[in-house]
Ligand binder design. Sequence first.
Ligand SMILES: [Mg+2]
Length: 409
Amino acid sequence: MKITDLKGAIIGNNICLRVVTDAGIDGYSQVEEFKDFLFPNIEYYKKAIVGSDPTNVEGVMRRIRRLGAFKPWGKLVSSIEMALWDIAGKDAGVPVYKLLGGKVRDKVRVYCTMYSNEELPHPERFSIDPETRAENVLYLHEKYGFTIVKTALSFHNPGFTEMAIHDGLAYNSYPVEPPVQYFENANGSMLTKKGMDFLIHYVHRLRELVGDKVGLAFDCGPGMMPCDALRFAKGVEDCNVMWLEDMVTGDNEGYNMANLYRDITNNTTTNIHTGEQVYLRQNYREMIETQAVNILGPDPADVGGIAELKFIAEYANLHGILMAPHGVFDGVFGMAALTQVSCTMPQNYIAYEYPQAHPAWWYDIVEDLPEGFFKDGHVTVWDKPGIGVEFNIPKAEKYLRPEDKDFFL
Ligand SMILES: [Mg+2]
């Protein structure tokens, strides 16, 4: 079998990829939402993979793996990888998890990030008020069965950042002009006593309101100084949170600071998490070997694909490090890919970040998702050959842009 084309289309908020072969088998994948600026680069990767055998996934990846970098510049490489696995699975007549070593669980736990797109009683997803946030968290547990909910705090939260600037929660935070995102680490700085007290009280109050029904995780940065990150982590040790994420580095940055994380992690019992923007297993090596964090969160749509994520999970397990993969904006195909790889991970697997279809009509333009596949905060692994989801082409075609009209042809 040979690859004859790599096509792209923007459907809704996602670039979608189609790897075309001379055997009549197509591989599909989605790129994370709102990354349209990558679209012109599809042609660049196409030249590198046309003519190769897509069922030799690693052989194809060796042609393009060097042509990526930290988020978002590894996205097309990562999504091509997932489409290759889709072809390999379809060609072998098995779900992709069989090709990754087979599943060790029939259901995979997923977690909810509150700023995805579930309906909430309080639509202000970044509200910094613990009472309304607790109601939202409990709603996500009761309506969808989520057992872990992640919310934004510290410099990942625009409400906190506003307060840091205007109410004296930090020393050097300053407004950043649009379109720069609030959680640019440029906004971070050392916290004042008031700022630190606010964070520690906030977590205690949320824990008190939510009780032990839901695991609480906090997306916290980047932008905290290591001294503050440690003080915060120690200050919430009695709250038994799932994890504090990306406090120092780890989002919107093209590097890690493993040694800074190691010093925090070694001095607190609170779980420390990072990794969502990192490209390739090699860039996790120091974090894993020095046990710099307790939990890693690679995103298959950034790290180089699902096999890359599998390698990292196995190596992390040898070092007692847990896995909670990122994926909130990876779409329906991303959810399928996360399910395929997560069901193969060792016992260090916690949960992946569940991507709801966005917009909701995405569920109408795909096929093969079994009825009730998502229930009680878990995805039941299903057995369709390939990645597990297929476009319903007549329905999906209606959402194609005029310039992408030959995507399915
Ligand atoms: Mg994050």
